[in-house]
Design a protein around this ligand. Sequence first.
Ligand SMILES: Cc1cc2nc3c(=O)[nH]c(=O)nc-3n(C[C@H](O)[C@H](O)[C@H](O)COP(=O)(O)O)c2cc1C
Length: 254
Amino acid sequence: MQQFSTKYTYLFSLTLCLICSILLSVAAVALKERQETNQQLDKQKSVLQACRIIKAGDSVTPEKVQELFATITPKVVDLNTDAYAEGVDPEAFAQEDATLMKVPGNEAQLSEVPEQVKIYQVEKDGKVDMLVLPISGKGLWGTLYGFLALSADTTTIRGITYYNHKETPGLGGEVDNPTWKSYWPDRKVYDENWDVAIHVIKGAAESPESDPYSVNGLSGATITSRGVTDMLKFWMGEEGFGPYLKSFRENGSV
Ligand SMILES: Cc1cc2nc3c(=O)[nH]c(=O)nc-3n(C[C@H](O)[C@H](O)[C@H](O)COP(=O)(O)O)c2cc1C
């Protein structure tokens, strides 16, 4: 049997590593654009699912997603002023590039949030029918990112979706389950004093009419369930969209 020298073995391994890393880098660069497009599409689909323009599980072509998404109006809210950001074109605004600002300790366990946040308005008969707001906060394994769709009354929930999280499939990952998401519509974010009241309970909630502030818990996933409650408390509260939503309902469809 032929014996290879140590030098040959090292050189061979090194060359193989080099070729593999070049191939990987080329693939990463070549696929970057496609990955970004897919991430964008996934986010757009999530917005459409939150407002139930498309239903979870529906197979929709990328072209159809883009066509439906084009009917929704983006707006950019400045969390420092709680008003629409001045001099910002919402169509051109890229959320990923927004400046981050530190926030005091909060329920969602977020240390920083974007200064400017892209939201969406769905119109019907020339008026805003729904607002779709991004939400995020810590679960058990990491941050969950999603959208909450509200009626123009700013309290009635139309739907919720998560498009990015690290929770365990079958446990916290059930935030993606269409059945769990079906528990949300028609429940209320705020109580009669406009305090955030919506929360995920342990076990099953009654109907939205008799139990408007409770949502069924995710079984075996108390930490994720608490994470969902806490992120809504933060994003719908004073530090999040609370003041913007107040001025929206007081000043009408703006
Ligand atoms: C492998 C593994 C994965 C888990 N994933 C989650 C999860 O995604 N979300 C969650 O809240 N709890 C998860 N848990 C359970 C938590 O550790 C904890 O026991 C649970 O949240 C308690 O909820 P319960 O009171 O409903 O049983 C996981 C546990 C194990 C062992």
